[in-house]
Ligand binder design. Structure first.
Ligand code: ATP
Ligand code: MG
Length: 228
């Protein structure tokens, strides 16, 4: 039997600013099995990034439960850092690369403190090669195109060999050929490492490569399985 890697129940998220409150997620539930690749769809402002932030321990829910690999995120206490480091890889919508670090160093950052620097660097190089950046190892983010920065962010999300990968519009700045190669890479990782992947995307082509599509509309979630 397949293991459930992500379980979300009655999840709500409300933002307040001043007197105003915005209800973004109003009681959503879903489950993702290990090794599945899921597309998270929905119009701009519907709550895709919000949901990924909650699953990636970047922010906390207003109410509800999220279990990753069987662990309730509200009950992990001081192990949060450990989970963020070893269980979940995250590709941010706006990359968040460190401007003063080269591509190679940015990919190594999640491994700091570097106990085995040369080994970490070798893995980082391999990942950058896999995303097509073998010739850009020593460039700073300011010397890279938007799509190249995005690929560095993808390589960085994989350095700790996560079980779950959360990607916020990972192909948003890429041409169709590079986009396809990134999706091919994610499909390979899914197969080879049994990685569970959630991808927020506006791109129907990316969504069609996923095993399941979920759509957020007015705070609620609808899902459909993509048949082969
Ligand atoms: N920190 C915050 N404080 C107040 N409101 C917020 C905050 N973060 C997000 N929101 C609001 O929550 C809603 C959902 O935002 P979110 O970034 O999750 O949307 P999204 O689906 O990722 O959109 P996009 O496709 O444009 O990236 C938006 O209306 C946004 O204005
Ligand atoms: Mg977003």
């Amino acid at each position: 039997m397949k293991k459930t890697m992500i379980e979300v129940e009655n999840l709500t998220k409300t933002y307040s600013s001043g007197e105003k409150t915005i209800s973004v997620l109003s009681g959503i539930r879903f489950a993702v099995e290990e090794g599945q690749m899921v597309a998270l769809l929905g119009p701009s402002g519907s709550g895709k990034t919000t949901l990924l932030h909650l699953m990636g321990l970047v922010d906390v829910p207003t109410s509800g439960t999220i279990r990753l690999n069987g662990q309730d995120l509200s009950a992990v206490g001081t192990n949060q850092e450990e989970l963020r480091r070893n269980l979940v890889g995250y590709v941010f919508q706006h990359f968040h690369l460190l401007p003063q670090f080269s591509s190679l160093d940015n990919v190594c950052v999640p491994q700091i403190p570097l106990k085995r620097a040369s080994q970490v660097e070798a893995v980082a190089k391999e990942l950058l090669e896999r995303v097509g950046l073998a010739e850009r190892l020593h460039h700073l983010p300011s010397e890279l195109s938007g799509g190249e920065q995005q690929r560095v962010a993808i390589a960085r999300s994989l350095i700790n060999s996560p079980k779950i990968l959360l990607c916020d519009e990972p192909t948003g700045n890429l041409d169709s050929q590079t986009r396809d190669s990134i999706i091919d890479l994610l499909c390979e990782l899914k197969k080879e490492e049994n990685l569970t992947i959630v991808i927020a995307t506006h791109d129907p082509e990316v969504a069609s490569r996923c095993d399941m599509q979920m759509e957020i509309r007015s705070g609620n979630l609808s899902s459909s399985v993509v048949l082969p």
